[in-house]
Every structure is written in structure tokens, then in C-alpha cells.
Design a protein around this ligand. Sequence first.
Ligand SMILES: [Zn+2]
Length: 233
Amino acid sequence: MPMYFYPNSGGIVQLPSEPGGPLNALTDQYQKAYWRSPAAEFIASKRLGHIWLRGCSTREWFRLGYVAKPARGHAAYAGKLVIPYSRALPNGRDTVAFRFACVTPQCTHKGNAPVTGPPMKYPKLFNDDYYERSPVTVCFNEIDTMTAFMHGVPAIGIPTVEGWQDDFVPRLAASQLVRLVVPHNDAGAAAAVTDRIREAVPSAVVVDCPDGHDLNSAYCAGIAGALVDQCRV
Ligand SMILES: [Zn+2]
């Protein structure tokens, strides 16, 4: 297994896939099943279906897919949106992990998280090519991250509030100014994690979503403009 250097991770770490490895082939397979799938409808319902950044759609930027035929170990994720966690390589992108989002309209997820996945071998933030940027914007889930990013904000994502790990602190501390886009639709769960982050990352400032909203729902309601502008500065 090859060794890769991850800046600010504390040194050399081993990653579970290599260029052209099995997770990349699987990413391609899931991407091919995306067209006209419930996953595509879900992304459209988040108003991310017809938005382009530098000529690429949300689907293309994030290599989104759909689990039509689950691969081994993915049976639990059949019918979900595939969100690859990847990193940049000189010749493309390398998928290192997957997360899967429930796409059932109005689903309450029966106590399950809306986004799930196999445990990651290494703590990984979503879209984290940008974590050394300053200022950097940090969102609390993948959909909010995509929403900010597609509006030109260098945004990285915590894999939902439940996925927060203190191991992420050194990555966030690498930036001189960290903006935390804090959702207010989760009974205070994100706010509690925000307090922990702000204790560990002094450069973190809070950008509050409107009451009852996360960034994407505010965007869908047409009230996210000022919030997004604040993150662009
Ligand atoms: Zn669900």
C-alpha cells in the first residue's frame, strides 16, 4: 500500500486506495447510475441540480452517484445518493471513502442519520482540498458544503454533527480565519459542537443560519444571500 503525505495531519499516513484503485472504479459505477435516479431528483430538490461553477455541475464537481446495484459491503446503502470523499491528485481525483445520503422525500429517517457510511479509517473532512485556505468556510454537512461551494465559497464539510472528531482540529487550525456556518434546525446539536470547535480553534467565527434553517434550506427558501456573501469576503 502506498504512503502519502497529508499536510497538517501530523505526518505520513496510509490511505486505503490508490489512483485507479477499487474505490475509483466504484465511484465511476455509481456515477453512471445517477442519471434520472432518485439521487438526481434529491439534488434537484436541494436546488443544486442546475447550478454550475466554472463550467461544471454539482454532480461533476463532487462526482455524485446513486447506489442502483450495491457493491460488496454497501447493501445497506441501496437506493442512496453516493457522496465520495476524495483528494486531489496531479492527474485527477482519488476516492478515499464514501458516504451515502437518504434521498426519500420527507423522510424522517426513523432515528437514523440522513447521511451514513462505513466507518472511515482516517478522519476526513468533506471537500477538504480547501482547508488550508484562509478564510475557509466550514459547513456541518455535505449538502451545505456543496451549496456554499457552488456559490464560489471555498467550503469544507464536517461529516454531520455526529461525525465531528477532535482529530479535525489541526486541519481547521491551519487556516487563519475559519467561518463556521452553523445550522439552526437541529435542536442545538450543531451549536454544541460549535462551542467545542471554538475552544480548540481560536480563529473560528460563527456565521449563523436563519432560525429553523441550515444553509441549504435557507438557500432553497431564498434567504441565504447575505449569509453566502459574508463567506465570500
Ligand atoms: Zn431517510
